[in-house]
Design a protein around this ligand. Sequence first.
Ligand code: TMP
Length: 235
Amino acid sequence: MEKKELLYEGKAKKLYKTDEDGVLWVEYLDQATALNGAKKDAVSGKGALNNQITSLIFDRLKDEGIPSHFIEKISKTEQLVKFVSIIPLEVVVRNTAAGSFSKRLAIPEGTSLAFPIVEFYFKEDRLDDPFINDDHVRVLSIATTEEIQEIKALAKRVNDALRTLFQKAEIRLIDFKIEVGRDTDGGILLADEISPDTCRLWDMKTQEHLDKDIYRRDLGDLVPVYQEVLQRLAD
Ligand code: TMP
């Protein structure tokens, strides 16, 4: 497989074409961002950790029969994925109140929710990714009614699988964000990454943050924390 021209550069990843049709080459960067890119720092070793954690998680999700874009990890910082047309939604699943949910509804962080909830945010940097509902998704032609149901069902399956995976690592899955895309046949696939950048993970015993809130909230160095997450998942 040969890496070809750069297709897209995101906040923490570069995407290249390859010599094989429908296969993309992803490079994870040593870059941390928060507040929609307003806070930005180079963090040595972060790219390798996120690539390894995401690859391990997507491999486990594949074992559970969850359809995704992931093909394989090819180096510490790189992986191959199937081309998908990304649906411009941030799909957030919450098991426990935290972050923007706690702020918006004045529910203290750490309050368990009676059942997992799925939220949609419109992925549009210039609007600051606003919170939207199913009707907005339909009226903006982001996805059809059937696709919305499929995306929600997929998000809940991912939540069930991740909760089991993290529980074994003595980690509480508070919430997470996924992205989904359409393959060339229009099928919905899980895409992007699942890592401590995109999840809230709390140590089951100490309730300490094991995720990007360390960086967002200036709580310390995220590299040893991400290393701990990788180590626990791999054990
Ligand atoms: P929130 O509480 O800030 O809405 O975040 C909910 C979850 O989604 C949390 O695990 C962090 C993740 N997330 C992202 O991965 N990217 C984003 O741009 C946002 C807003 C949240």
